[in-house]
Design a protein around this ligand. Structure first.
Ligand code: 13P
Length: 253
C-alpha cells in the first residue's frame, strides 16, 4: 500500500501535572517542537489541565486530547465528562479504552464501543487502545485478544467513520515497565491489526488507518519502531512528561 499516513505522536500525561505544571510543560514543548512539519502532535493532559493546555497551545498546530469521555450527552452522571464539555475546551482527540482504564476502572469492550460511538457522533477523533497482557502473550493468545478488542470496540462503526479513528497498540506488559516491544514484535501486531481492519472493512480503510505503538517509547527506541511499515506513531506516557524527551520523540528521524 502506498497511502501516506502522517505520523501521530501523542503524549498521554495520565494522572500527572496540575494546571500550572501543565501550562509550564506545554510551554516548554511548544518552544522545542515549533518548527516540526508533517507530524501530528497531540497532548493529553488530565481533565483539570485541559483548559490550561488549550490556552497555551492556542496559536500552534499542537492538538489537544482528553484521556476519556462519557457516552451520554449530559445528566446525572456524577464524576463523568461529556463530549460537549471537551469540545468547548478545544479537544480534538479523545483516548478511549486505555489499558489502565480496562484494568482499574472496569472498562470493557462494550463500554469502549459506547465511548467510541459517542466520540464519533460528536465530532471528536478517537484514539482507541488495544493490547494484550503478559499472560495472554505468553499463552499465545495475543492475536486473539487484539482481534476481540477491535471487533468489540468497532461494533457499528462504518468505513466512513473509520477515517477519523486512530488505533493504538499498547501491550500491557510494556506500559511503564521500560520493557518495550521489539520493533519486530510491534510490527507483527500492527500488521495483524491492519489485516483485521481490512477484513472488517476494506483495503482503503485499512491502508489509511493510523496505528500508534505505545509502551515504554523513548527517544532511544522511537526511530527503530517508527521505521516499521505499519507503525504510524507513538502514544507515550513517561517520556511525554519531560519537554526534551517528548520533543525528541516528535522529531524522530
Ligand atoms: P509509557 O510510555 O509510560 O510506557 O506509557 C505508555 C502508555 O500507556 C501511553 O498511553
Amino acid at each position: 500500500m502506498t497511502t501516506k499516513r502522517i505520523p501521530i505522536i501523542a503524549g498521554n500525561w495520565k494522572m500527572n501535572k496540575t494546571a500550572s505544571e501543565a501550562r509550564d510543560l506545554a510551554t516548554a514543548i511548544i518552544l522545542l517542537v515549533k518548527n516540526v512539519k508533517n507530524r501530528d502532535v497531540v497532548l493529553a493532559p488530565p481533565f483539570t489541565s485541559l483548559q490550561a493546555v488549550a490556552e497555551t497551545i492556542k496559536k500552534t498546530d499542537i492538538a489537544l486530547a482528553s484521556q476519556n469521555l462519557y457516552w451520554e450527552d449530559k445528566g446525572a452522571y456524577t464524576g463523568e465528562i461529556s463530549a460537549e464539555m471537551l469540545l468547548e475546551l478545544g479537544c480534538k482527540y479523545v483516548i478511549i479504552g486505555h489499558s489502565e482504564r480496562r484494568q482499574y476502572f472496569g472498562e470493557t469492550d462494550e463500554t469502549v464501543n459506547k465511548r467510541l460511538r459517542q466520540a464519533l457522533n460528536k465530532g471528536l477523533l478517537p484514539i482507541v487502545c488495544v493490547g494484550e497482557t503478559l499472560d495472554e502473550r505468553e499463552s499465545g493468545k495475543a492475536n486473539q485478544v487484539i482481534k476481540g478488542q477491535l471487533k468489540g470496540a468497532l461494533k457499528d462503526v462504518t468505513a466512513a467513520e473509520m477515517e477519523r479513528v486512530v488505533v493504538a497498540y499498547e501491550p500491557v506488559w510494556a506500559i511503564g515497565t521500560g520493557k518495550t516491544a521489539t520493533p519486530k514484535q510491534a510490527q507483527e501486531i500492527h500488521q495483524f491489526i491492519r489485516a483485521n481492519i481490512k477484513a472488517l472493512y476494506d483495503d482503503a480503510t485499512a491502508a489509511a488507518l493510523r496505528i500508534q505503538y505505545g509502551g515504554s517509547v523513548t527517544p532511544d527506541n522511537v526511530s527503530t519502531l517508527m521505521a516499521m511499515p505499519d507503525i504510524d506513531g507513538a502514544l507515550v506516557g513517561g517520556a511525554s512528561l519531560k519537554p526534551e524527551s517528548f520533543a525528541a520523540l516528535v522529531k524522530f528521524t
